[in-house]
Design a protein around this ligand. Structure first.
Ligand code: PHE
Length: 516
């Protein structure tokens, strides 16, 4: 019988009974295990509890069930030990029997002894003091113990409750019966009993409202103790978390953020203002994405600027400064649109703007500036585990009069210190737009080697002046990638696990917030 079937039977029976029913009766009527009936009632109450606690009236009950021990079973069949002793003595008539032979009528020696002393104290048998032989003292006896045990064995569960407590105590003491407590229930229809249990609605739906059905429906109570679902929300990508931390460091150091919201840039700003020669290999289509549409920038800013930039490239012919690269600079080439290859293009625009602001202010002393940017750049690189065709650069720039390489080193040390990178080393390097240039190395305690963490330098004066800044102003700057420290800090080995269509979004969901 399946559980549902039992439940159906139980509901039917409760429905048709006038008064209360006992689970014991139900178990007997359906011939199933009592525990199954109790289980069925419990699950009925649980199902109904969503709408009502008046489905069934249940009174828990308990009684002691008597059952025979193995010794009790023997007695119920073969008679009590004392009656067997008495029978053996009767059988020995007229001679009588000695005690040792008598006890052998019961194989179990201790049972035999108990039977002998009981038969003696009941005055069923007697010992002839002279012959030491035993004779009966009665013609017949009534074996009450056997009768009692035999009737207990046959008794229905309820009848066994009627056995008086003194008898029960006596039989228990003789270890002929045991008492187990049986729990059962008296079940009766409650005021909200129904044959079919209604499942409560969980939501007031449009359909329920329109049909008017809601009037008759039961609704599930609100559970104000429920913890609720965690609200679905966005998670910051590791790169964005690290970007925030870099941004925080710059802001703490008094830097302001440059506007980096243009991926497409003219060659003029990306290369020419930064005095990258037009034949420089970095401009080659190997490294740079040139735009097919729109191929050229419409307008190259103000004429004077273009002329100064042109001069910085060509150089003066009369041997004066700037010497330039001594080639024919092409304005058309500089108008070619590219996906910016570095955020230094944005820096160049900012230097030009600061120069204009300074001119407009009429101040004799240049107002120092600290600027930073963190944004995306594009390079036509061979893709591998650590390189993609696009990545993010972190760039810092400081402009003031009389800045030195020492200032750059000091600022870099302060900046990297905040990242938790303590020891720095500088290695001479080459950038077309800085002189001197230094690669920045730090000792990585995990990797146990010096790793490059950035690039830096002092902007060349021909660049500064082409952009319109006074001769007295020096620009120091540095740049690094956002991906590299992010990969190191989040222990990401393949850049494709962090950026691109193969990223596991769980990674974004689960990675910790704070790194430095
Ligand atoms: N623009 C450089 C690069 O692409 C970084 C840099 C910025 C170097 C500023 C010096 C000064 O790596």
């Amino acid at each position: 019988m399946t559980e549902e079937f039992i439940i159906d039977q139980v509901v039917g029976k409760i429905n048709s009974s006038v008064g209360p029913v006992s689970t014991l009766d139900l178990a007997r009527d359906f011939d199933v295990d009592h525990q199954k009936i109790v289980g069925a009632i419990k699950s009925l109450v649980a199902q109904a509890s969503a709408t009502t606690d008046k489905y069934l009236n249940i009174t828990p009950k308990e009684y002691k069930q008597l059952s025979l021990t193995p010794e009790g079973i023997i007695i119920s069949k073969d008679g009590s030990h004392e009656s067997r002793i008495f029978k053996a003595v009767l059988d020995s008539r007229p001679n009588g029997i000695d005690q040792e032979s008598l006890l052998k009528c019961i194989p179990d020696a201790s049972m035999a002894k108990i039977g002998f002393s009981k038969a003696m104290s009941n005055q069923w048998i007697q010992l002839d003091k002279e012959t030491r032989l035993i004779h009966p003292k009665k013609e017949a006896i009534n074996d009450e113990v056997q009768q009692l045990l035999a009737s207990i064995a046959k008794m229905s569960l309820e009848d066994s409750r009627k056995v008086d407590s003194k008898t029960v105590a006596d039989l228990k003491k003789r270890k002929l019966i045991t008492e187990t407590s049986i729990k059962y229930m008296i079940v009766e229809k409650g005021s909200e009993f129904s044959v079919k249990i209604e499942r409560p609605e969980t939501d007031m739906t449009t359909a329920l409202i329109q049909s008017g059905e809601w009037r008759a429906k039961k609704f599930k109570d609100y559970n104000f103790d429920a913890l609720g679902l965690p609200p679905d929300r966005g998670h910051l990508h590791p790169l964005m978390k690290v970007r925030d931390q870099f941004r925080q460091i710059f802001l703490e150091m008094g830097f302001s953020e440059m506007p980096t919201n243009n991926y497409v840039e003219s060659s003029f700003w990306n290369f020419d203002t930064l005095v990258v020669p037009q034949a420089h290999p970095a401009r080659d289509s190997q490294d740079t994405f040139f735009l097919r549409f729109p191929e050229k920038a419409n307008r190259l800013e103000d004429r004077a600027l273009v002329d100064r930039v042109s001069l910085a490239h060509r150089g003066t012919m009369d041997g004066k400064w700037p010497r330039g690269y001594r080639y024919e600079w092409s304005e058309d080439e500089s108008s070619r649109n590219v996906l910016r290859t570095h955020t230094t293009a944005v820096t160049a625009r900012m230097l030009y703007e600061l120069a204009n602001r300074h001119k407009l202010s009429g101040d004799s002393r240049f107002k120092p500036a600290k600027l930073f940017s963190i944004d995306r750049v594009f390079r036509n690189e061979t893709l591998d585990a650590t390189h993609l065709a696009e990545f993010n650069q972190v760039e810092g720039v400081v402009l003031d009069e009389d800045l030195t390489l020492g200032d750059l080193m000091g600022i870099l040390e302060a900046f990297f210190e905040k990242l938790g990178i303590g020891r720095l080393r500088f290695k001479p390097a080459y950038n077309p737009y800085t002189e001197p240039s230094m690669e920045i190395f730090s000792f990585h305690s995990g990797l146990k080697k010096w790793v490059e963490v950035g690039n830096s330098g002092v902007f060349r004066p021909e660049l500064m002046q082409a952009l319109g800044l006074p001769e007295t102003v020096t620009g120091i700057a540095w740049g690094l990638s956002l991906e590299r420290p992010t990969m190191i800090k989040y222990k990401i080995e393949n850049i494709r696990d962090m950026v691109g269509h193969k990223v596991n979004l769980e990674m974004v969901h689960e990675n910790p917030l704070c790194l430095f």
